[in-house]
Design a protein around this ligand. Structure first.
Ligand SMILES: [Mn+2]
Length: 378
């Protein structure tokens, strides 16, 4: 039996623009490196014999010295663990060249790929054998690759690619993987990178394909459980499972604030929703307030954010509530306030104002009219 990790899209050195606080972004950036180190430690502890990196190990062309040295160090210090590194569309930097420059030649346990198919025989400690093939997709080679892929159907075959799965042909597109062209070719597992949410699905009668996803969510477009895929090969059988591994999970939750009468009630409502959704203080949480609120109810988002910033690693809030304007309540109001609301209603009905803008104008208008009253009263 042999165990292999399939990972991809680590995006080391990500700028993490979705985390506005620079020091938190830097901490999170270091956690991406920590994740890679921890994954390797897991591999050593669990007897995993190889790690497949299906593209986008790095995020930017200019790789930081910290990230470069950390990755090189981990590979060099674990000579019994094999690393298969297939470059993705983000891996435009010169990592492999820098690695070679630093160590003289690439170590035996570090395997790379190029624009045409390269196949490696991976033989495990108990002689379990797997053939790992990979090619880096470009506009030029994409539609030719499936035809050029030669595999022995009697072997256990893993194929690595980086791109977007598609039912279309890959002709002239450097980022699309035409899945139909990889069916019925003898693939046991197609290990993919590029899509950041984990997925395991059927390729054909024989094989599966999977995106391991990014091992750590980096922003609010990467919500939910993250980790890697663990492949187990036993004789001719291959199985694959998702292993949750992320230190922090990113959540984007809707919180219904119907009948909440103020900011503190909203805070309670958010805490309840977070608790029932399994959000931990270590996590990144974005909430979208939804539901209807009365015209005289308003929430202080800055205050709410200050309180909840202290409860989560990153907290963001967006007000998507709808304000109910009960125009009929003002219909017979003979005061200036009633006149003002009737005027806004006409504007709304004429299509000059949407409901939310009308609510804001009415709220501001009434506040000003009330202040005016006070000043006159003094
Ligand atoms: Mn990619």
């Amino acid at each position: 039996m042999m165990k292999i990790i399939h990972t991809a899209d680590l995006h080391l050195d990500s700028r993490l623009e979705l985390i506005p606080d620079r020091s938190l972004a830097e901490e999170r950036r270091n956690e991406l490196l920590l994740c890679f180190r921890n994954m390797v430690a897991y591999a050593v502890k669990e007897g995993v014999e190889a790690i497949l990196i299906a593209g986008d190990l790095f995020d930017v062309r200019k790789i930081s010295q910290t990230a470069r040295d950390a990755v090189i160090g981990v590979i060099v210090n674990n000579p019994d663990l094999k690393f298969y590194y297939l470059r993705g569309n983000h891996d435009e930097g010169s990592f492999v060249e820098e690695f070679r420059a630093k160590t003289g030649e690439l170590p035996e346990n570090f395997k790379t790929f190029n624009e045409s198919w390269t196949s490696y025989e991976l033989i495990g400690k108990d002689q379990t054998k797997v053939v790992i093939s990979g090619a880096e997709i470009t506009k030029r080679n994409n539609s030719l690759l499936p035809e050029e892929l030669q595999m022995d159907e009697n072997e256990v075959n893993i194929v690595m690619l980086h791109g977007m799965e598609s039912d279309l042909s890959g002709k002239g597109d450097g980022e699309i993987i035409p899945l139909r062209d990889y069916r019925n070719k003898g693939i046991d597992y197609l290990a993919l990178g590029h899509i950041h949410a984990p997925k395991i699905a059927t390729l054909d009668a024989r094989g599966k394909y999977g995106y391991s996803g990014c091992p750590e969510g980096r922003g609010f477009d990467e919500c939910g459980s993250r980790g890697f895929h663990l492949i187990t090969v036993s004789g001719r059988d291959l199985s694959v499972e998702f292993v949750p591994f992320a230190k922090r999970i990113v959540y984007d939750l809707e919180v219904d604030v119907k009948d909440a009468d103020g900011s503190d009630a909203v805070i309670d409502r958010i805490k309840e929703t977070a608790l029932s959704g399994g959000v931990r203080p270590d996590d990144l949480l974005k909430v979208r307030l939804c539901g209807e609120k009365e015209l005289d109810v308003s929430f202080d988002l800055t205050y709410i954010k200050t309180i909840l910033d202290a409860e989560f690693f990153v907290f963001r809030i967006k007000d998507e509530t709808k304000t109910i304007i009960d125009y009929d309540a003002f219909a017979k109001d003979a005061s200036l306030k009633g006149e003002f609301v009737r005027m806004i209603r006409e504007e709304t009905e004429a299509g000059n104002l949407d409901e939310e803008s009308a609510a804001e104008v009415i709220r501001t208008g009434i506040r000003m009219l009330c202040q005016e009253g006070k000043i006159q009263g003094n």
